[in-house]
Design a protein. Sequence first.
Length: 88
Amino acid sequence: MATDALNNSSNFVNRFTDNPKNDFGVFARGYFRAASKLAEQLLSKERFPDYEAYPVVFLYRHSLELYLKNIIYSSALLSALSGLSFPI
């Protein structure tokens, strides 16, 4: 993928590399930012029903899951480089 396409904020891609495991952190950041924007909108209201918060919680939880996957996969890569055995 061309560098210009990666740096273009109006460009949408469903993967950044040939190995999607390398993209966990990028996707986690996207879900976290979306959740934060929705949370700001909700918290600016005086009141809101519970069901409006469900998507925010879902996005935060999915972001956390992807960040954890990124940590685990990165740890596995580092251990492979140092010669330690770590199941992927």
